[in-house]
Design a protein around this ligand. Structure first.
Ligand code: SAM
Ligand code: DTB
Ligand code: SF4
Length: 333
């Protein structure tokens, strides 16, 4: 039902039925939903910047920045404002419409709020959408960031609630949901997704999508990351997940989150152009541009241009984004 409002009452068996269809039937359904809800076929482009790298007290088994693992990545201080603005200008010149600043923090400290707020205001003034991912939030912090011009808060659920403790022991799924609720209450849009290829089963991938579908309203952005294996982390030797499984997850998200940006997120560096094209053809309408993610490589301008030329997708306009988001908020009422 492509024109229907986003649903928050999906059952896990329903999502399983979608996910496990023959791939051609799944993709056909996803593209029907995409065409109905995103008639201009726009592709959203975000660019990441790690504003505070490494030394994180959390033990997320996938992460280069955790102080629990020897990944060879040193701890750095918070970047100066001028360097952030310079990176945002470069991102805009490279066609990005959203700039996402990430910090290797367990949680945002009150003393850092004014510094991050200044970065958000300065990036917004460059004509970019703003996104931050700073770990857990305390009461009142999201309101200050929103006032500074924050559009999106990224905080991933990563996997199913059942598999989560296998990957992270220093916080709970409930902690993640609490921070998401704080950002939402402050009127900030949400970017929430997960990682595939951490040794989880298909049932966990479906469980993740089910948990995301219960968020009301749905996250406006849903990033689907393929694990970038980091040497020295517990997941550093994980076998790569198949690209068809990525395509299944993306197509299922396209159907379950009809009005959200679904991002083919981390992992493109390890994929061929054809594999990335498969994920875009499964219904993804957002990517990270630029030659770096947070601490790992991303394909960069030339390869991205070749990919976009191959699939023929246009970059999104802010008008298209605003229309999509207004519709999401109206539907959620
Ligand atoms: N510290 C904050 C947090 O955890 O929310 C923000 C930064 S953290 C690096 C942002 C997200 O990046 C994580 O939630 C995870 O989903 C994703 N991520 C981190 N390392 C990854 C990897 N090696 N491969 C794929 N995704 C990864
Ligand atoms: C998301 O879902 N993926 C991004 C962003 N949100 C913050 C992060 C990907 C990180 C990949 C590994 C790295 O570069 O450190
Ligand atoms: Fe820290 Fe975020 Fe990495 Fe976890 S994912 S170790 S919280 S930077």
């Amino acid at each position: 039902m492509p024109f229907d409002s986003p649903r928050h009452d999906w059952t896990k068996p329903e999502i399983t039925d979608l996910y496990t269809q023959p791939l051609d039937a799944l993709v056909a359904q996803a593209l029907e939903v995409k065409r109905a809800n995103w008639p201009d076929g726009a592709l959203q482009k975000s660019q990441l910047l790690s504003i505070k790298t490494g030394g994180c007290p959390e033990d997320c088994g996938y992460c280069s920045q955790s102080a629990h693992f020897d990944t060879g990545l040193g701890a750095e201080k918070l970047m100066p404002l001028a360097a952030v603005v310079e990176a945002a200008r470069r991102a805009k010149a490279n066609g990005a419409d959203r700039f996402c600043m990430g910090a290797g923090w367990r949680s945002l400290k009150d003393r850092d709020v004014p510094k991050v707020a200044a970065m958000i205001s300065a990036v917004k003034a460059e004509g970019l959408e703003t996104c931050v991912t700073l770990g857990m939030l305390e009461d009142g912090q999201a309101e200050t960031l929103k006032q500074a011009g924050l559009d999106y808060y990224n905080h991933n659920l990563d996997t199913s609630p059942e598999y989560y403790p296998t990957v992270v022991s220093t916080r709970t799924y409930a902690d993640r949901l609490e921070t998401l609720a704080k950002a939402r209450e402050a009127g900030v849009k949400l970017c929430v997704g997960g990682i595939l290829g951490m040794g989880e089963g298909r049932d966990d991938r479906i469980g993740l999508i089910h948990e995301l579908s219960k968020l009301t309203p749905h996250p406006e952005s849903v990033p689907i990351n393929m694990l970038v294996p980091i040497k020295g982390t517990p997941l550093g030797d994980s076998p790569a997940i198949s690209v068809t499984e990525m395509a299944r997850a993306i197509a299922t998200c396209r159907i379950v989150f009809p009005k959200s940006w679904v991002r083919l997120s981390a992992g493109r560096e390890g994929m061929s152009e054809g594999e990335q094209a498969l994920c875009l053809l499964a219904g993804a309408n957002s990517i990270f541009v630029g030659d770096r993610l947070l601490t790992t490589d991303n394909p960069g301008e030339d390869r991205d241009q070749a990919l976009l030329d191959a699939v023929g997708f246009e970059a999104s306009s802010h008008d298209a984004m605003e229309i999509a988001h207004k519709t999401t908020l109206i539907d959620a009422r």
